[in-house]
Design a protein around this ligand. Structure first.
Ligand code: SF4
Length: 135
């Protein structure tokens, strides 16, 4: 058996607790808190303790889904992104940029959230940007 830990940051909220991912034979099998981290100081909430659970979960989406004929079907990223661009462009042309809103996520990094608001303002042309942490 081959076992090692990978130090990383919990993906669930902006607190930024540190944790060790437990990897056994190239499979993610669990999580341990990082004792000396200045934020989490050896503690994790229940979400952090289960931060590994979604990675190999059978219900995890592996590809984008697009609606065709009223049903969600798998698509490539190129197909999904082309459809999104087409729909957003049509909506903007028909109803203006403020008819579109962009919703960011606490599960994204600061850099990703920066890019989301930049996309909203510079590409779409709207200030309609919100974030789940504000709810
Ligand atoms: S362990 Fe809990 S409090 Fe810490 S970052 Fe993860 S979700 Fe947030």
């Amino acid at each position: 058996m081959e076992y090692h830990n990978v130090l990383t940051t919990c993906p669930y909220c902006g607190t930024g607790c540190a944790l060790h991912l437990q990897v056994l034979d190239h499979q993610l099998v669990g999580v341990l808190p990082a004792k000396n981290h200045p934020i989490s100081q050896g503690g994790l909430c229940i979400k952090g303790w289960n931060a590994h659970a979604f990675v190999n979960h059978k219900d995890r989406l592996q590809t984008p889904l697009v609606r065709k004929g009223g049903k969600l079907v798998t698509a490539t990223w190129d197909e999904a992104l082309a459809l999104i661009a087409e729909k957003l462009s049509a909506l903007k042309a028909e109803s203006g940029p403020d008819s579109i809103g962009v919703f960011a996520s606490a599960k994204c990094t600061n850099e990703e959230n920066y890019l989301i608001q930049k996309f909203a303002r510079a590409v779409i042309g709207t200030n309609n940007v919100d974030h789940c942490a504000r709810l």
